[in-house]
Design a protein around this ligand. Structure first.
Ligand code: ZN
Length: 149
């Protein structure tokens, strides 16, 4: 395992769309382990592969119940909404309120290549949406409500 450099806001890779993982091989497993280590070292709740410069559809998260790894995640259902403060390891020092679904259901593959579904509410739903946005080249600051004063 190794720590990876987290790409910061002006890095063009953060604006690119990630490609699906075609095969879960040793290299992908190494990337996942490095992502988890890098996320914990940076004290983050989640990390997406493009944040370490890898344009593959992989996200890792830990909202306090242990690491979650989602490969090729796709949101299949959302419900409700929540507004809360968000931050991002690629945008240090920036916290803004973002509206997200309060519930999401996501299909994905685990590290053994098994098709699975995860449900998330509140913080987990927020984290999943935030990280999946990274796979599309979207940063949370793109979604901040612009209030007219
Ligand atoms: Zn982020």
């Amino acid at each position: 395992m190794a720590l990876r450099n987290i790409r910061l806001e002006d890095d063009p890779i953060l604006r690119k769309k990630s490609r699906k993982v075609a095969e879960i091989n040793e290299r992908i497993k190494e990337v996942v382990n490095d992502m988890i280590e890098t996320m914990y070292e940076a004290d983050g709740v989640g990390l997406a592969a493009p944040q370490i410069g890898i344009l593959r559809r992989i996200i890792v998260m830990d909202v306090g119940k242990g690491p979650i790894v989602l490969i090729n995640p796709v949101i299949i259902k959302t419900a409700g909404s929540q507004i809360g403060l968000e931050g991002c390891l690629s945008l240090p020092g920036v916290n803004e309120e973002v509206e997200r679904p309060n519930y999401v259901q996501v299909k994905y593959f685990d590290l053994k290549g098994r098709a699975k579904v995860i449900e998330g509410e509140e913080l987990l739903a927020r984290a999943i949406c935030h990280e999946i946005d990274h796979l599309e080249g979207i940063l949370f600051t793109d979604k901040v409500k612009k209030e007219i004063i």
